[in-house]
Design a protein around this ligand. Structure first.
Ligand code: 5CU
Length: 375
C-alpha cells in the first residue's frame, strides 16, 4: 500500500476580494488604490511609510508609489494556480491588511458579513482545498462584533479570525476586547494575529522614504508591532483570563521567540510588578504561554528563525505560510515559482532536515490538526 502523501498547507495567504478593492479605489487616504499614467497596473498604497512617496508622486518624473495591484490579489483562479505551482494542497486564506479597520461603524458590519460570505463561496468552489480566517467589523458596536463572531462560526470553511494589533483602537490589552476574545475562543476559532501599522514613521529617519523602499517597515516594523502587541496582552493577563484563547502569530511571532527571555527578566526585575505580586513563581511565564496558547507561522525566511520558533513554541506548533500575494518575484515570471515561498520551505528543511516527521508537521500536518482541515 502506498503511504498517503503528507499535505502541504499554507496558513498565511491573503486576498483582497473585488468588492474590497472597489472601496480602496474610492479612497483618497491610505489604504487606497490609485492608477498612475505609465503604470500598467493600479497601485496599492497601504502603509504609513508610503505616504511620503504618494505625496511625491504628483511631481513630474517622480517614481510610481506603492506596489502593483496584480490579479494575484483578487483572483481565485490565480490563487489556485499559485497553490498548484508550489505544491500547496490546502490554503487557509484571509483578507489582507488593514482588513476592516478603517471603515465607519455603520459600514463595518454589513461589509464584514458580505466579505465572509464571499470567502465562504470561494472555499466551496474548491472542496478540501480552501478554508479561511474571517475579518471582524471591529469599528462597529460590540453587539455587531459578537454577531459577526457567531456568523462566521457557522460558516463551514471558517477556521478562525484574522486580527490586527489595533483591536478596538486601543491595542490588544484593552479590557473591552475580553468578551470578543472569549466569544472567539468559545467558538473554537483561532486568532491569526497579523501586523499592519508597524512603528512610527520617524524611527526610520529622514532618508528612508526616498532611499530604502519598504524594507524597514516590513522587515522590522511589522515584527516589532506583533511582538509589542503580544507582550502587552501577556502583561495585561489576557492569556490567563481567556485560557482557551489560541493565537497564531504571523512572521514566527515577530521577535517574540528571541525576546521572550528578556521580557521574563524585565518582569522579574521590575519593582512595580514585584511589589504588586505579579512577578512571583506561580505566574505563567511568557514561555508557558508560547507553548500552550500560541502557534507561530514559519514565514521567517531563515533556518535560524525557524529554529528559534521551534525552541520557543515546539515543532508541533509551527505552520508553513507564503504571504502570497505579497513578495512576488521581481525579475522572473510571476506565474512560475516564487523565491519568497521556496526560501521559507528551504528554511524549514535546513532547520530540521528534509523528510523528517517534524518537517511534514510544519509544512502541513500541524495546520491540519490544529485548524481541523479534515472536517
Ligand atoms: O508588503 C507588504 O506591505 C505586506 C503587507 O502589507 N502585508 C503582508 O501581509 N505582507 C506584506
Amino acid at each position: 500500500e502506498t503511504p498517503t502523501k503528507a499535505k502541504v498547507v499554507d496558513i498565511h495567504t491573503h486576498m483582497y476580494p473585488p468588492d474590497y478593492v472597489k472601496i480602496l479605489e474610492s479612497r483618497d487616504t491610505i489604504p487606497l488604490v490609485r492608477s498612475f499614467p505609465g503604470a500598467p497596473d493600479p497601485r496599492l498604497i497601504l502603509l504609513a511609510a508610503e505616504v511620503p512617496s504618494l505625496d511625491e508622486a504628483a511631481k513630474e518624473g517622480a517614481p510610481v508609489p506603492g506596489r502593483p495591484l496584480t490579479k494575484h490579489y483578487s483572483s481565485l483562479d490565480q490563487k489556485i494556480h499559485f497553490m498548484d505551482t508550489h505544491g500547496i494542497d490546502i490554503s487557509v486564506v484571509s483578507l489582507a491588511n488593514p482588513w476592516l479597520d478603517f471603515l465607519s461603524p455603520q459600514e463595518a458590519g454589513p461589509l464584514a458579513e458580505s466579505i465572509s460570505e464571499g470567502f465562504a463561496q470561494m472555499c466551496a468552489q474548491h472542496p478540501g482545498r480552501l478554508f479561511f480566517f474571517a475579518a471582524l467589523p471591529l469599528t462597529a458596536p460590540l453587539d455587531t462584533i459578537l454577531a459577526s463572531v457567531a456568523h462566521v462560526s457557522r460558516l463551514k470553511h471558517c477556521r478562525g479570525i484574522i486580527l490586527g494589533t489595533s483591536g478596538l483602537g486601543k491595542g490588544l490589552d484593552d479590557p473591552a476586547l475580553l468578551p470578543i476574545f472569549s466569544a472567539v475562543a468559545a467558538a473554537n476559532l483561532t486568532v491569526f494575529l497579523h501586523p499592519h501599522y508597524g512603528l512610527p514613521n520617524d524611527v526610520w529617519g529622514p532618508r528612508a522614504s526616498a532611499e530604502y523602499g519598504h524594507v524597514l517597515p516590513l522587515a522590522l516594523g511589522f515584527p516589532m508591532e506583533t511582538t509589542i502587541a503580544v507582550a502587552r496582552m501577556y502583561l495585561a493577563g489576557v492569556f490567563d483570563r481567556v485560557r482557551d484563547l489560541r493565537m497564531l502569530l504571523a512572521h514566527s511571532g515577530g521577535t517574540l521567540p528571541f525576546l521572550a527571555g528578556r521580557i521574563e527578566s524585565c518582569i522579574m526585575h521590575d519593582g512595580q510588578l514585584v511589589r504588586e505580586g505579579r512577578a512571583g513563581p506561580e505566574r505563567r511565564t511568557i514561555w508557558d504561554v508560547l507553548k500552550e496558547q500560541i502557534y507561530l507561522d514559519a514565514v521567517v525566511y531563515s533556518d535560524l528563525g525557524v529554529k528559534a520558533a521551534i525552541d520557543a513554541s515546539g515543532a508541533d506548533r509551527l505552520m508553513f505560510g507564503t504571504d502570497h500575494p505579497f513578495f512576488p518575484p521581481l525579475t522572473s515570471d510571476e506565474q512560475g515559482e516564487w523565491e519568497s515561498v521556496t526560501l521559507n520551505a528551504a528554511a524549514v528543511s535546513k532547520a530540521i532536515g528534509e523528510g523528517t516527521a517534524e518537517n511534514e508537521a510544519i509544512m502541513g500536518g500541524n495546520a491540519v490538526r490544529v485548524l481541523r482541515l479534515y472536517e
